[in-house]
Write a protein that binds this ligand. Structure first.
Ligand SMILES: NC(=O)c1ccc[n+]([C@@H]2O[C@H](COP(=O)([O-])OP(=O)(O)OC[C@H]3O[C@@H](n4cnc5c(N)ncnc54)[C@H](OP(=O)(O)O)[C@@H]3O)[C@@H](O)[C@H]2O)c1
Length: 291
């Protein structure tokens, strides 16, 4: 019997890797890549066994079509103001469509009390999934290594600088490819229903250490500039970051600075039987993005 898996946010950092890794699995597996924009999803079309479906989380009709005949869901929602409502709508659609298992991309410490705002949004969605009666697996990763490309890539390329307000705080950064590998195992393996997986990379590193590794790997000098909280917020304002997002990000950076995110876990290896990527390996694989 074939299995159809819908991946939402399929052009995003983790969603895209989940689609790629599912497409490499032999067997009667259909992968439906839910993309916000067909143009951005063009590359996914070439992957074996992958079909592309356009979906807008705020357009009910597009969701109905995307969920038709779906057995399992890899649920990614963006960092948007109405992310909880978006996720609830997707869970409602999943329920209507008879989806049997939801693997949700959440965040490390989502159930901490009082925790951080970023976690509280995810926990609200997690609770909604728990109450839906659909089997679930929650993936709660630390911050992504790919943030160095997505959020620091431009200043690294243009100035050889990483500007962040996190002092010497260390974070157990995880490669999105490892989060995806855990997601794929949760979707296709046995015994992951009802499980919550907190995920980190193999080491906790500071921005200073990350800059040193990036310098060594790329052969180009990269320097970490420890900016003040006020300077970081001003920069976000100038870039048009809305206040709700700047507040949540500053809270996260303060937690990083205070050392609350330096825990390192062996969960990726335990679940996938593969060692997670080190930051040095990530830097090596993505070095062209920093040059
Ligand atoms: N970044 C981290 O370090 C980190 C750590 C832990 C957890 N997380 C969580 O991971 C999740 C993904 O975050 P991210 O920053 O990595 O996001 P991302 O890669 O940008 O992924 C978000 C995806 O959602 C799509 N999307 C946005 N609005 C949509 C809409 N209205 N309808 C349909 N699709 C839509 C985006 O497509 P378009 O780009 O085409 O709009 C994109 O493919 C978030 O829930 C975040 O809290 C992130």
């Amino acid at each position: 019997m074939h299995l159809t898996i819908l991946v939402t946010g399929a052009t995003g950092t983790v969603g895209c890797e989940v689609v790629k890794q599912l497409s490499m699995i032999d067997g009667d597996l259909r992968v439906r890549a839910g993309v916000h924009s067909i143009i951005k999803g063009e590359n996914l079309k070439r992957l074996p066994g992958v079909e592309i479906v356009e979906m807008d989380f705020e357009d009910q009709e597009s969701l109905h079509a995307a969920f038709t005949h779906v057995d399992k869901l890899f649920l990614v929602t963006p960092m948007a103001k109405d992310q909880v409502q978006m996720a609830k709508t997707l869970v409602d659609e999943a329920k209507k469509a008879g989806v049997k298992h939801i693997v949700k991309l959440s965040v490390m410490g989502a159930d901490a009390e009082p925790g951080l705002q970023l976690g509280r949004w995810h926990r609200e969605t997690e609770k909604y999934i728990e109450d839906s009666g659909i089997a679930y697996t929650f993936l709660r990763p630390a911050s992504f290594m790919q943030n160095f490309v997505n959020y620091c890539g431009d200043t690294i390329k243009q100035e050889g600088k990483i500007y962040m307000p996190t002092g010497d705080g260390k974070v157990g950064y995880i490669d999105a490819r490892d989060i995806a590998a855990v997601g794929v195992e949760a979707l296709t393996g046995e015994g992951h229903e009802g499980k919550v997986y907190e995920l980190t990379g193999p080491d906790a590193i500071s921005h200073g250490e990350a800059a040193r590794i990036l310098s060594e790997v790329t052969g180009k000098q990269v320097e970490y500039v420890d900016v003040s909280g006020d300077a970081a917020r001003k920069s976000m304002n100038e870039q048009g970051t809305p206040d709700w997002m700047a507040d949540a990000m500053m809270e996260l950076y303060d937690a990083h600075k205070a050392g609350y995110s330096e825990e390192v876990l062996d969960s990726v290896k335990a679940i996938t039987d593969r060692k997670p990527h080190s930051f040095r390996q990530f830097a090596q694989d993505y070095k062209e993005c920093f040059k």
